[in-house]
Design a protein around this ligand. Structure first.
Ligand code: ACO
Length: 352
């Protein structure tokens, strides 16, 4: 009997602090109407800057997922952590979560995945492969983000800062031999030609290329760090950049493509799907995808209205809420799909 990977437990955590569009109107020249019309977002959660980080939120979600799976956190034998907003530049948030879960002494491995909006689908696929190979039996996969720490909340950054929110979701992956359960197929893709179209490029190792007017070379015994330069700060390069229209066009093409790919690979049609959980990028993107695939309203789950775009956290938060509200039941055919920075995109099809 072949082994598949099932999602044995799921949980999510969002910070208490609710930030409405009207709150953002106080910081920048924007309006509730503009944000709702273009993105569908009505509010988002922001982490408490004194107490919450990506790993602390990820840890809370992980504890809930472990409880939902009926295991003790000490049973977790591998951690995969997907985020673009890790607590530190390095090490990643996986090891911090391992420590916060009390697993440091056990030496359980921790891997960070940096695939932005597609991070959870990439991490899930890696975890699925580990479980199916027999290497691990209780893999924790976390998607968590703290966007609010690093956005430009002036009018200059309004096209991006109104979109993103904070939160975390987590799942526990286990092997199953049940015929009608588990991950059926995954599909992962990338197009590096689009890397800068949705990016946060400074600070980084390309700083000298970014500032090609200053002589940073080794001269006269002088060789400073150029990781963070004055030019980056002056030109506001230390914030995310997004070519919004380009992202939109690419996303509405690649989402349906990769969703069809996993559905067909498993021998199904879009009409067979019980629930599609798209990465919550933008409600307009989800609606476009729904229309393209001719899915009914009850076949698609969206909660971006409440949380904004939480990047790697959006799918596990949405899946967790869908399960809580009874929209995911044992045996349901569920499709998870994501598109984002890189560009990277991917999908997973599973029987719950
Ligand atoms: N409030 C008010 N006005 C704004 C705001 C804001 N927050 N942001 C931009 N504007 C203004 C612009 O300055 C511009 O003004 P102008 O006409 O005077 O120059 C006007 O609104 C239109 O700006 P556009 O950038 O052309 O707006 P567009 O219709 O493209 O909408 C948006 C912008 C919502 C970002 C859109 O391009 C989009 O949906 N893109 C998809 C990208 C996306 O959703 N990314 C999510 C994150 S990435 C991911 O998860 C895959």
């Amino acid at each position: 009997m072949s082994i598949r990977t099932k999602i044995a437990g799921i949980g999510h955590f969002v910070p208490d602090q609710v930030i409405t569009n009207h709150d953002l109107e106080k910081l920048m020249d924007t309006s509730h109407e503009w944000i709702v019309e273009r993105t569908g977002i009505e509010q988002r959660r922001f982490a408490d800057r004194k107490t919450e980080t990506t790993s602390t939120m990820g840890t809370e979600a992980a504890k809930k997922a472990a409880a939902d799976a009926g295991i003790d956190v000490s049973d977790i034998d591998f951690i995969i952590f997907a985020t673009l907003s890790s607590d530190y530049f390095f090490p990643g948030s996986g090891v911090l979560t391992q420590r916060q879960l009390g697993l440091a002494e056990s030496g359980v491995g921790a891997l960070d995945v940096r695939n932005q909006c597609s991070g959870f689908v990439y991490a899930l696929t890696v975890g699925d492969t580990f479980v199916r190979s027999g290497l691990y039996k209780n893999v924790l996969v976390v998607g968590a983000e703290t966007h609010s720490m690093g956005l430009d909340f002036t009018t200059r950054g309004r096209d991006i800062s109104v979109i993103f929110g904070d939160g975390a979701g987590a799942v526990i992956l286990q092997p199953t031999t049940e015929e009608n359960q588990g991950i059926l197929t995954n599909s992962l893709h990338a197009d590096g030609r689009e890397a800068e179209e949705l990016s946060f490029i400074c600070p980084g190792s390309h700083s000298g290329i970014h500032d090609n007017e200053t002589d940073f070379g080794f001269s006269g015994g002088k060789f400073d760090s150029i990781f963070m330069t004055q030019k980056m700060l002056d030109e506001a390069k230390v914030f995310p950049y997004m070519n919004g229209k380009h992202v939109f066009k690419y996303a509405v093409k690649k989402f349906p493509e990769v969703i069809m790919k996993v559905i067909h690979a498993a021998g199904y049609q879009p009409t067979d799907i019980d629930l599609l959980i798209p990465h919550q990028a933008n409600l307009r993107i989800s609606q476009f995808v729904q229309k393209t695939l001719r899915l009914r309203d009850d076949q698609v789950f969206n909660n971006i209205q409440k949380y904004g775009n939480t990047t790697a956290a959006s799918i596990p938060i949405a899946l967790s809420e869908a399960k809580e509200s009874g929209r995911v039941k044992r045996g349901d055919l569920i499709c998870l799909a994501a598109f984002g920075s890189g560009f990277t995109w991917g999908a997973s099809l599973l029987r719950w």
